[in-house]
Design a protein around this ligand. Sequence first.
Ligand code: ZN
Ligand code: ZN
Length: 212
Amino acid sequence: MGAKLPKDLLKAEKSKLDNFEGLFMRKIYDFNTFQTKDDDDAWEKVKIKIHQAKIECHQNHNIEIHNIDCDFLIFHQNHRNKELVLCLISEKKIWKIQALNLRQFLDTSTILMNSKIPTWSISPVCQLCSKAFSIAKRRHHCRNCGKNICKKCILVTDYGIEGFCKLTKVCKSCYILIDGQIGIIKNIERSCIGRKDESVKSFIPSSSGKQI
Ligand SMILES: [Zn+2]
Ligand SMILES: [Zn+2]
């Protein structure tokens, strides 16, 4: 019999199977040009589809597809403006997307958050150090990549940033990855603050990691 899965994981797996679709306004920034406050750049109208932890963006005849995975961060959610700020680390791009109404904003936010929760792997060995699991060597799951990991390869964290929600336990390789991502975020913040865009302060995470 399989192990009992946490409730939020079941909810996330079901949510990933939904076919989400809607029209949004979008702006794209490079890391060094991003700003949180309103600017004069024009919004573009796009159709966004989210299914099985992939985000598709349709504009005219172009389609962009990105995985909502370890490289995809939800930076910021602004209820007042119905805006979500998404970071595609591998592309070095930041999307600001604006929903047409509050319902759509909340639904998008929920499906993106659920899509960020990784599917859990089942492996007979630790997927980091290759040691076999047994009654004495229990399985853990990395909350960032979903890999099956032993106690020695897990770190406990308290990342306080929206795009890293509920990352209580991460594997050592994700810890390094997230550390790098935090470095990127801090650079973006510095660049915003340098341009007197003070509202960016909310991105700054509180992070620490320790062995359990
Ligand atoms: Zn291990
Ligand atoms: Zn991991």
